[in-house]
Design a binder for this molecule. Sequence first.
Ligand SMILES: Cc1cc2nc3c(=O)[nH]c(=O)nc-3n(C[C@H](O)[C@H](O)[C@H](O)COP(=O)(O)OP(=O)(O)OC[C@H]3O[C@@H](n4cnc5c(N)ncnc54)[C@H](O)[C@@H]3O)c2cc1C
Length: 324
Amino acid sequence: MGGILVYVLHYEGALNKNSLGAVSEGAKLAAELGTTADAIVVGGADLTDELLGTLGDYGAAKVFRAEGAEGLAQPVIDAMDKVIEENGHDYVIFGGGLLGFEIGAGLAARRNAGVTMEVTGVVVEGGKLVAERPILGDSQISRSHYKGLGIIIGRINAFELKPGAGGAAEVVDVTVEYSPWSNQATMVQRGEQRGADVNIEDASVLVAGGRGLGKAEGFQLCEDLAGVLGGAVAATRAVVDAGWYPYAAQIGQTGKSVAPKLYLAAGISGAIQHKVGMQASENIVAINKDANAPIFEFSDLGIVGDLNKILPKLTEAVKAKKGG
Ligand SMILES: Cc1cc2nc3c(=O)[nH]c(=O)nc-3n(C[C@H](O)[C@H](O)[C@H](O)COP(=O)(O)OP(=O)(O)OC[C@H]3O[C@@H](n4cnc5c(N)ncnc54)[C@H](O)[C@@H]3O)c2cc1C
Protein backbone atom coordinates (compact mmCIF):
# COMPACT_ATOMS: atom_id res chain seq x y z
CA MET A 1 0.00 0.00 0.00
CA GLY A 2 2.90 2.37 0.79
CA GLY A 3 2.49 5.97 1.81
CA ILE A 4 3.79 8.21 4.57
CA LEU A 5 3.14 7.87 8.29
CA VAL A 6 3.45 10.97 10.51
CA TYR A 7 3.75 10.85 14.29
CA VAL A 8 1.56 13.39 16.06
CA LEU A 9 2.45 14.42 19.60
CA HIS A 10 -0.22 15.90 21.85
CA TYR A 11 -0.44 17.44 25.30
CA GLU A 12 -3.55 18.07 27.40
CA GLY A 13 -5.94 17.59 24.51
CA ALA A 14 -4.07 19.81 22.04
CA LEU A 15 -2.13 18.57 19.03
CA ASN A 16 1.50 19.70 18.81
CA LYS A 17 2.18 22.49 16.32
CA ASN A 18 5.37 20.92 14.92
CA SER A 19 3.53 17.65 14.42
CA LEU A 20 0.80 19.47 12.48
CA GLY A 21 3.52 20.99 10.29
CA ALA A 22 4.89 17.48 9.72
CA VAL A 23 1.40 16.26 8.71
CA SER A 24 1.12 19.15 6.20
CA GLU A 25 4.57 18.31 4.83
CA GLY A 26 3.72 14.60 4.66
CA ALA A 27 0.47 15.32 2.79
CA LYS A 28 2.25 17.59 0.29
CA LEU A 29 4.96 14.98 -0.39
CA ALA A 30 2.43 12.13 -0.55
CA ALA A 31 0.47 14.02 -3.23
CA GLU A 32 3.68 14.40 -5.25
CA LEU A 33 4.40 10.68 -4.85
CA GLY A 34 0.82 9.77 -5.80
CA THR A 35 0.08 8.22 -2.42
CA THR A 36 -1.42 9.30 0.93
CA ALA A 37 -0.21 10.49 4.30
CA ASP A 38 -1.56 9.00 7.52
CA ALA A 39 -1.02 10.07 11.11
CA ILE A 40 -0.52 8.06 14.30
CA VAL A 41 -1.25 9.08 17.88
CA VAL A 42 -0.68 7.22 21.14
CA GLY A 43 -2.49 8.23 24.29
CA GLY A 44 -5.66 8.09 26.35
CA ALA A 45 -9.23 9.27 26.49
CA ASP A 46 -8.51 12.85 25.40
CA LEU A 47 -7.80 11.57 21.88
CA THR A 48 -11.41 11.94 20.71
CA ASP A 49 -12.68 11.21 17.20
CA GLU A 50 -13.45 14.90 16.88
CA LEU A 51 -9.92 16.05 17.79
CA LEU A 52 -8.20 13.47 15.58
CA GLY A 53 -10.59 14.12 12.68
CA THR A 54 -9.17 17.67 12.52
CA LEU A 55 -5.91 16.19 11.21
CA GLY A 56 -7.77 15.79 7.93
CA ASP A 57 -7.61 19.56 7.58
CA TYR A 58 -3.79 19.25 7.49
CA GLY A 59 -4.01 16.54 4.85
CA ALA A 60 -4.03 13.26 6.83
CA ALA A 61 -6.10 10.50 5.21
CA LYS A 62 -6.26 8.12 8.19
CA VAL A 63 -5.37 8.60 11.84
CA PHE A 64 -4.25 5.47 13.67
CA ARG A 65 -5.10 5.71 17.38
CA ALA A 66 -3.38 3.42 19.88
CA GLU A 67 -4.14 3.41 23.58
CA GLY A 68 -0.93 3.71 25.57
CA ALA A 69 1.42 5.89 27.59
CA GLU A 70 1.89 9.25 25.88
CA GLY A 71 5.13 11.19 25.99
CA LEU A 72 7.37 8.11 26.22
CA ALA A 73 9.25 6.71 23.26
CA GLN A 74 9.01 2.92 23.61
CA PRO A 75 5.19 2.52 23.47
CA VAL A 76 5.11 4.76 20.38
CA ILE A 77 7.81 2.64 18.71
CA ASP A 78 5.70 -0.49 19.30
CA ALA A 79 2.58 1.19 17.91
CA MET A 80 4.35 2.60 14.85
CA ASP A 81 6.05 -0.73 14.18
CA LYS A 82 2.69 -2.48 14.11
CA VAL A 83 1.00 0.11 11.89
CA ILE A 84 3.90 0.07 9.40
CA GLU A 85 3.95 -3.76 9.40
CA GLU A 86 0.24 -3.90 8.59
CA ASN A 87 0.04 -0.97 6.17
CA GLY A 88 3.44 -0.98 4.48
CA HIS A 89 4.29 2.72 4.82
CA ASP A 90 7.46 3.67 2.91
CA TYR A 91 8.37 6.76 4.95
CA VAL A 92 7.88 8.11 8.46
CA ILE A 93 8.01 11.82 9.29
CA PHE A 94 8.44 13.49 12.71
CA GLY A 95 8.13 17.21 13.40
CA GLY A 96 11.33 17.16 15.49
CA GLY A 97 12.13 17.53 19.16
CA LEU A 98 13.87 15.20 21.58
CA LEU A 99 10.98 12.73 21.73
CA GLY A 100 10.92 12.56 17.92
CA PHE A 101 14.68 11.83 17.93
CA GLU A 102 14.23 9.04 20.45
CA ILE A 103 11.24 7.42 18.75
CA GLY A 104 12.82 7.80 15.29
CA ALA A 105 16.09 6.21 16.40
CA GLY A 106 14.27 3.33 18.14
CA LEU A 107 12.03 2.72 15.15
CA ALA A 108 15.03 2.75 12.79
CA ALA A 109 16.72 0.08 14.92
CA ARG A 110 13.52 -1.98 15.13
CA ARG A 111 12.78 -1.93 11.38
CA ASN A 112 16.34 -1.70 10.07
CA ALA A 113 15.47 1.62 8.46
CA GLY A 114 17.46 4.69 7.44
CA VAL A 115 17.04 7.74 9.65
CA THR A 116 17.92 11.42 9.16
CA MET A 117 17.61 14.00 11.92
CA GLU A 118 17.44 17.81 11.86
CA VAL A 119 15.97 17.79 8.36
CA THR A 120 15.10 21.23 6.97
CA GLY A 121 13.71 20.21 3.58
CA VAL A 122 12.36 17.14 1.78
CA VAL A 123 12.07 16.78 -2.00
CA VAL A 124 10.72 14.15 -4.37
CA GLU A 125 13.25 12.79 -6.87
CA GLY A 126 12.60 9.85 -9.19
CA GLY A 127 9.49 8.90 -7.23
CA LYS A 128 11.40 8.78 -3.91
CA LEU A 129 11.94 11.14 -1.00
CA VAL A 130 15.29 12.82 -0.44
CA ALA A 131 15.88 14.53 2.92
CA GLU A 132 18.07 17.63 3.18
CA ARG A 133 19.99 18.33 6.36
CA PRO A 134 22.37 21.20 7.15
CA ILE A 135 25.80 20.03 8.32
CA LEU A 136 29.21 21.49 9.26
CA GLY A 137 27.79 24.38 11.27
CA ASP A 138 24.97 24.85 8.76
CA SER A 139 27.44 25.71 5.99
CA GLN A 140 26.59 22.72 3.75
CA ILE A 141 23.52 20.62 2.99
CA SER A 142 23.74 16.82 3.03
CA ARG A 143 21.13 14.78 1.14
CA SER A 144 19.83 11.42 2.36
CA HIS A 145 18.36 8.79 0.03
CA TYR A 146 16.74 5.69 1.50
CA LYS A 147 16.83 1.98 0.82
CA GLY A 148 13.67 0.52 2.33
CA LEU A 149 11.88 2.45 5.07
CA GLY A 150 13.02 6.09 5.35
CA ILE A 151 12.63 7.94 8.67
CA ILE A 152 12.75 11.72 8.46
CA ILE A 153 12.94 13.85 11.61
CA GLY A 154 12.54 17.57 11.01
CA ARG A 155 14.19 20.47 12.71
CA ILE A 156 11.74 22.21 15.03
CA ASN A 157 9.58 24.55 12.91
CA ALA A 158 11.11 23.33 9.62
CA PHE A 159 7.78 22.13 8.25
CA GLU A 160 5.17 24.73 7.48
CA LEU A 161 1.64 24.34 8.83
CA LYS A 162 -0.88 24.28 5.98
CA PRO A 163 -4.43 23.92 7.25
CA GLY A 164 -7.31 24.11 4.81
CA ALA A 165 -7.08 20.67 3.18
CA GLY A 166 -10.67 20.21 4.37
CA GLY A 167 -12.57 17.11 5.46
CA ALA A 168 -12.21 15.00 8.59
CA ALA A 169 -9.62 12.23 8.68
CA GLU A 170 -10.81 8.65 9.21
CA VAL A 171 -9.92 7.46 12.72
CA VAL A 172 -8.76 3.81 12.94
CA ASP A 173 -8.23 2.15 16.33
CA VAL A 174 -5.16 -0.07 16.65
CA THR A 175 -4.65 -2.61 19.42
CA VAL A 176 -0.99 -2.86 20.31
CA GLU A 177 0.63 -5.58 22.34
CA TYR A 178 3.39 -3.63 24.04
CA SER A 179 6.86 -5.13 24.49
CA PRO A 180 7.62 -6.11 28.10
CA TRP A 181 10.11 -3.22 28.40
CA SER A 182 7.90 -0.58 26.82
CA ASN A 183 5.90 0.30 29.90
CA GLN A 184 8.74 0.07 32.41
CA ALA A 185 9.22 3.85 32.38
CA THR A 186 6.50 6.09 33.74
CA MET A 187 5.94 9.75 33.09
CA VAL A 188 6.56 11.62 36.33
CA GLN A 189 6.09 15.16 35.14
CA ARG A 190 5.63 16.92 31.84
CA GLY A 191 6.05 20.63 31.34
CA GLU A 192 7.19 23.39 29.06
CA GLN A 193 10.76 24.63 28.73
CA ARG A 194 11.84 27.83 30.43
CA GLY A 195 10.69 30.74 28.29
CA ALA A 196 8.12 28.73 26.34
CA ASP A 197 5.31 30.66 27.99
CA VAL A 198 6.54 33.96 26.59
CA ASN A 199 4.77 34.87 23.41
CA ILE A 200 7.64 36.55 21.58
CA GLU A 201 5.54 37.03 18.46
CA ASP A 202 3.34 39.54 20.34
CA ALA A 203 6.06 41.35 22.34
CA SER A 204 6.60 44.98 21.33
CA VAL A 205 10.20 44.95 22.59
CA LEU A 206 12.55 42.03 22.00
CA VAL A 207 16.08 41.73 23.35
CA ALA A 208 17.69 39.02 21.24
CA GLY A 209 20.90 37.22 22.13
CA GLY A 210 23.39 35.37 19.95
CA ARG A 211 26.64 33.47 20.26
CA GLY A 212 28.36 36.68 21.28
CA LEU A 213 26.83 36.18 24.75
CA GLY A 214 29.54 33.55 25.20
CA LYS A 215 27.58 31.07 27.33
CA ALA A 216 24.07 30.18 28.48
CA GLU A 217 24.45 32.38 31.59
CA GLY A 218 25.08 35.34 29.28
CA PHE A 219 21.34 35.41 28.61
CA GLN A 220 20.89 36.92 32.06
CA LEU A 221 22.08 40.23 30.54
CA CYS A 222 19.30 40.04 27.93
CA GLU A 223 16.71 39.04 30.54
CA ASP A 224 17.67 41.96 32.79
CA LEU A 225 17.32 44.47 29.95
CA ALA A 226 14.10 42.91 28.65
CA GLY A 227 12.77 43.03 32.22
CA VAL A 228 13.22 46.78 32.60
CA LEU A 229 11.95 47.47 29.07
CA GLY A 230 8.85 45.30 29.60
CA GLY A 231 9.90 43.10 26.70
CA ALA A 232 10.79 39.47 26.03
CA VAL A 233 13.99 37.62 25.12
CA ALA A 234 14.64 36.07 21.72
CA ALA A 235 17.58 34.05 20.38
CA THR A 236 19.44 32.84 17.30
CA ARG A 237 19.57 29.29 15.97
CA ALA A 238 23.20 28.97 17.02
CA VAL A 239 22.42 29.48 20.69
CA VAL A 240 19.27 27.38 20.87
CA ASP A 241 21.16 24.55 19.16
CA ALA A 242 23.87 24.95 21.79
CA GLY A 243 21.21 24.56 24.47
CA TRP A 244 21.74 28.08 25.84
CA TYR A 245 18.10 29.09 25.43
CA PRO A 246 14.78 27.36 24.57
CA TYR A 247 13.81 26.67 20.98
CA ALA A 248 10.59 28.59 21.60
CA ALA A 249 12.64 31.81 21.50
CA GLN A 250 14.35 31.18 18.15
CA ILE A 251 13.90 33.83 15.47
CA GLY A 252 14.50 33.18 11.78
CA GLN A 253 13.96 30.89 8.85
CA THR A 254 13.44 27.82 10.98
CA GLY A 255 12.17 29.77 13.98
CA LYS A 256 9.62 32.51 14.49
CA SER A 257 9.01 35.67 12.51
CA VAL A 258 8.56 38.83 14.53
CA ALA A 259 7.90 42.51 13.93
CA PRO A 260 8.27 44.33 17.29
CA LYS A 261 8.62 48.09 17.76
CA LEU A 262 12.18 47.51 18.97
CA TYR A 263 14.48 44.56 18.18
CA LEU A 264 17.74 44.82 20.08
CA ALA A 265 20.26 42.29 18.81
CA ALA A 266 23.19 41.56 21.12
CA GLY A 267 26.09 39.44 19.88
CA ILE A 268 24.25 38.42 16.71
CA SER A 269 26.12 38.39 13.39
CA GLY A 270 23.02 38.92 11.22
CA ALA A 271 23.01 35.77 9.05
CA ILE A 272 20.37 35.77 6.31
CA GLN A 273 18.48 32.94 8.05
CA HIS A 274 18.16 35.13 11.15
CA LYS A 275 17.41 38.31 9.22
CA VAL A 276 14.33 36.84 7.49
CA GLY A 277 12.65 36.41 10.88
CA MET A 278 13.23 39.93 12.25
CA GLN A 279 13.76 42.34 9.36
CA ALA A 280 10.16 43.59 9.63
CA SER A 281 10.91 45.09 13.08
CA GLU A 282 10.20 48.83 13.30
CA ASN A 283 13.56 49.71 14.88
CA ILE A 284 16.60 47.47 14.85
CA VAL A 285 19.44 48.21 17.27
CA ALA A 286 22.54 46.02 17.12
CA ILE A 287 25.42 45.64 19.55
CA ASN A 288 28.41 43.82 18.08
CA LYS A 289 32.13 44.06 18.71
CA ASP A 290 32.86 43.53 15.01
CA ALA A 291 32.27 46.73 13.00
CA ASN A 292 31.96 44.62 9.84
CA ALA A 293 29.21 42.32 11.18
CA PRO A 294 26.44 41.93 8.55
CA ILE A 295 23.77 42.95 11.09
CA PHE A 296 24.92 46.57 10.85
CA GLU A 297 23.85 46.58 7.18
CA PHE A 298 20.18 46.43 8.21
CA SER A 299 20.23 48.11 11.64
CA ASP A 300 18.76 51.54 12.36
CA LEU A 301 21.32 52.03 15.11
CA GLY A 302 24.57 50.15 15.38
CA ILE A 303 26.78 50.07 18.48
CA VAL A 304 30.29 48.69 18.03
CA GLY A 305 31.46 47.39 21.37
CA ASP A 306 31.46 44.66 23.98
CA LEU A 307 27.94 43.64 24.99
CA ASN A 308 29.20 42.61 28.44
CA LYS A 309 29.89 46.27 29.14
CA ILE A 310 27.04 47.85 27.16
CA LEU A 311 24.03 45.71 28.19
CA PRO A 312 24.40 46.23 31.99
CA LYS A 313 24.89 49.97 31.47
CA LEU A 314 21.81 50.13 29.25
CA THR A 315 19.77 48.24 31.85
CA GLU A 316 20.92 50.64 34.59
CA ALA A 317 20.19 53.68 32.39
CA VAL A 318 16.64 52.50 31.63
CA LYS A 319 16.09 51.74 35.33
CA ALA A 320 17.35 55.20 36.30
CA LYS A 321 15.15 56.88 33.69
CA LYS A 322 12.09 54.99 34.89
CA GLY A 323 12.87 55.78 38.51
CA GLY A 324 13.47 59.47 37.74
C1 LIG B 1 18.82 25.94 6.71
C2 LIG B 1 19.27 26.87 7.79
C3 LIG B 1 18.33 27.43 8.63
C4 LIG B 1 18.73 28.31 9.63
N1 LIG B 1 17.77 28.90 10.41
C5 LIG B 1 18.14 29.83 11.30
C6 LIG B 1 17.16 30.54 12.06
O1 LIG B 1 15.96 30.28 11.98
N2 LIG B 1 17.58 31.48 12.94
C7 LIG B 1 18.90 31.81 13.10
O2 LIG B 1 19.21 32.69 13.91
N3 LIG B 1 19.85 31.16 12.39
C8 LIG B 1 19.51 30.18 11.51
N4 LIG B 1 20.47 29.50 10.82
C9 LIG B 1 21.89 29.69 11.25
C10 LIG B 1 22.52 30.97 10.70
O3 LIG B 1 23.08 30.70 9.43
C11 LIG B 1 23.66 31.44 11.64
O4 LIG B 1 24.58 30.38 11.83
C12 LIG B 1 23.18 31.92 13.02
O5 LIG B 1 22.12 32.84 12.88
C13 LIG B 1 24.36 32.59 13.74
O6 LIG B 1 23.97 32.88 15.06
P1 LIG B 1 24.71 34.02 15.90
O7 LIG B 1 24.53 35.32 15.20
O8 LIG B 1 24.21 33.88 17.29
O9 LIG B 1 26.23 33.52 15.91
P2 LIG B 1 27.51 34.04 15.13
O10 LIG B 1 27.27 34.06 13.66
O11 LIG B 1 28.64 33.23 15.64
O12 LIG B 1 27.68 35.55 15.59
C14 LIG B 1 28.11 35.95 16.87
C15 LIG B 1 28.38 37.45 16.81
O13 LIG B 1 28.66 37.91 18.12
C16 LIG B 1 29.66 38.90 18.03
N5 LIG B 1 30.31 38.99 19.34
C17 LIG B 1 31.12 38.06 19.93
N6 LIG B 1 31.48 38.47 21.17
C18 LIG B 1 30.88 39.68 21.36
C19 LIG B 1 30.86 40.59 22.44
N7 LIG B 1 31.52 40.35 23.60
N8 LIG B 1 30.15 41.74 22.31
C20 LIG B 1 29.49 42.01 21.16
N9 LIG B 1 29.47 41.17 20.10
C21 LIG B 1 30.14 40.01 20.20
C22 LIG B 1 30.58 38.44 16.92
O14 LIG B 1 31.29 39.52 16.35
C23 LIG B 1 29.57 37.83 15.93
O15 LIG B 1 29.15 38.77 14.95
C24 LIG B 1 20.09 28.63 9.83
C25 LIG B 1 21.03 28.05 8.97
C26 LIG B 1 20.63 27.20 7.96
C27 LIG B 1 21.67 26.60 7.04
